[in-house]
Design a protein around this ligand. Sequence first.
Ligand code: PXP
Length: 249
Amino acid sequence: MADNSLRLGLNIDHVATLRNARGGSNPDPVRAALMAQEAGVDGITAHLREDRRHMVDADIENLMQALTLPLNFEMAATDEMQKIALRHKPHAVCIVPEKREERTTEGGLEVAREHNKLADFIAPLREAGSRISLFVAADMKQIEAAHRVGADIIELHVGAYCDAHAEGDFKTRDAEFESLREMSTYAHSLGLEVHAGHGLTYDCVKPIAAFPEVCELNIGHFLIGEAVFRGLTPAVHEMRRLMDEAREL
Ligand code: PXP
């Protein structure tokens, strides 16, 4: 792929959600990851939540062993997760806020207020060789702080933009879009690598994929759902096609 190309990371958490609904071992998230690898995704994302509602510790072990693609390990900034990340040394660690009562990651990380704590938290992870990504809202203060704490990457939370698009609230969608556009330029100007994710679907991916500074999209729930209807490989190929089309505009 060309250097300015846009990577697609598949988040496989919800293969594990389905498995856990029944217990047992089907469907296997590692099998999904290997199939996605064959289908041409550029990376796999897995979020080990504190409550293990989808991914469990053994999944991360198995993924680390089975994958040749980079693993983007999503986690909260807790001591337990830091230990796990230091043991596995994944390609990237994406730090996200986590609340037990939420259904999914609702907001961006509070980096500005937690500046000193986060700087100490990420230092050993960086030393261990993982790239550090912080999942943040399109907020200048958070992005500036991400740069200050020594993150390599910010992942912009595009959930509000996607939700507003799905609900037909175009005023909110366009305002969210404008902030995302401005903040992706700002983050890039600070030397941060810019990723985006959360809530992306075939319907709303193209405007985000067209941001020249964004070099990776992480997409999960929609693609795993779509795989029920078309199969995982065609579902991934269609997302790839839309991303490539957006990049050519
Ligand atoms: N990026 C981050 C940091 C996330 O927390 C999530 C959701 O776990 C995603 C991307 C993927 O979001 P979705 O499943 O809505 O595509």
